[in-house]
Design a protein around this ligand. Structure first.
Ligand SMILES: NC(=O)c1ccc[n+]([C@@H]2O[C@H](COP(=O)([O-])OP(=O)(O)OC[C@H]3O[C@@H](n4cnc5c(N)ncnc54)[C@H](O)[C@@H]3O)[C@@H](O)[C@H]2O)c1
Length: 258
């Protein structure tokens, strides 16, 4: 039986999920790094191992329910339990409302809501048996903030905030907490591509565009993965045992002012 905590992460081959994986490995956890992109999952696992941690990479598309079942069963067979789940995978979808195609709704909601909910349900069933566990979903201030860009994405993150609260209620009797981390603007590949596209559209530089973004953040700063990791470490700690159903923003005040 594995003595170290087992941490399963989705969409952990890049950006915020990679950050969570490295932070959990630094705590001494065995991290199971999954991503739809096998090679990025492998490269993050290699980073963890080079730093002296324990990691395993798995290709996993969160929209594939059968694969989710196999992944969770495989981990339970091998390690006997799952201590933490980071349901982090997410896609942005179309920016412009008029360019949304019918299939874009299913694509964005399919990854960001259904994909998160499927793996959460399977892991929650195991945590219910263990009577212990921590589930952390990556939502966004965009689930609260109204704007005319990335509307399917906003709708998906709003849904995820509701899912977080409902699942927290379901899992409360079993000592399993469920919380959402809501990152602010974090310069990951996803955010970089979005920011560049909007900057190009307006004919301004990426730096000028990011300065504009900073100017509407009450604290005037972008979020870093280190800022997000600090909250993740707290949420998996014993000190956070009674914190559940919460959506906690690490965004310099954007969500609070929305
Ligand atoms: N970067 C930001 O500013 C920001 C702000 C708020 C919320 N978020 C959220 O943070 C999470 C991580 O985003 P990021 O900025 O690190 O983006 P990212 O693009 O750097 O990383 C997302 C990862 O998810 C993976 N992925 C995409 N579809 C998948 C699928 N179907 N199955 C499994 N993996 C899949 C991608 O391959 C990628 O490695 C997302 O849920 C995103 O909505 C990001």
């Amino acid at each position: 039986m594995e003595s170290r905590p087992i941490t399963l992460l989705t969409g952990a081959g890049s950006g915020i999920g990679r950050g969570f994986a490295l932070a959990m490995a630094q705590l001494g956890n065995r991290v199971i790094i999954t991503d739809i992109d096998q090679s990025s999952a492998e490269s993050v696992a290699a980073e963890v191992i080079v730093a002296g941690g324990l990691a395993q990479a798995r290709q996993f598309d969160v929209t594939d329910g059968e694969a989710a079942r196999g992944l969770v069963q495989g981990l339970v067979d091998r390690y006997g339990r799952i201590d933490h789940l980071f349901a982090n995978a997410g896609v942005l979808g179309p920016t412009d409302f008029w360019e949304i195609r019918p299939e874009d709704w299913a694509a964005v909601l399919g990854v960001n809501i259904s994909g998160a909910a499927i793996i959460c349900q399977l892991v929650a069933a195991q945590m219910k048996k263990q009577r212990r566990g921590r589930i952390i979903l990556t939502a966004s201030y965009n689930g609260v903030r109204v704007d005319k860009h990335v509307i399917p994405y906003r709708v998906s993150k709003a849904g995820l905030l509701m899912f977080t609260k409902c699942l927290a209620l379901v899992m409360a009797p079993y000592d399993v907490t469920v919380n959402a981390i809501c990152p602010g603007v974090t310069l990951t590949p996803l955010q970089q591509a979005y920011a560049q596209a909007l900057a190009d559209q307006r004919g301004i530089s990426l730096d000028d565009y990011l300065d504009e973004r900073r100017s509407v953040i009450p604290m005037g700063e972008l979020t870093t993965t280190a800022d997000l990791n600090a909250l993740a470490r707290f949420l998996v700690s014993d000190e956070a045992r009674l914190i559940t159903g919460q959506s906690i923003a690490v965004d310099g005040g954007v969500m609070a002012s929305s």
